[in-house]
Design a protein around this ligand. Sequence first.
Ligand SMILES: [Zn+2]
Length: 102
Amino acid sequence: MSLSVIRGTRDMVEDRRRMLIRTIAAQAAQGSLQVSVRQSTGATCALCADIIAPGMRQYDIGVGRSTVIVDEKCYTSSLQRIIEAEPPIGEGGRSTSANNQA
Ligand SMILES: [Zn+2]
């Protein structure tokens, strides 16, 4: 570990944001990303750390075993082009994914 200096909160948020976006992009490239949209009940955006006001849209992004929650602002500015650049797999037909069954 070379980063022992505590930096500003903004830098930490930025690092986390980049890491999450990379993780999400990697999942999207594998075709294993699951995104669902629902109304916020006051969750916090994982990318910008803002509270998502109740009633606003939030995006639940399944990454591995965890769910990353982002607000619409971050989804459209940072994630939409990554996620929607990947064509849906098996739409209207069978997917060959082996990961659907628990
Ligand atoms: Zn956000």
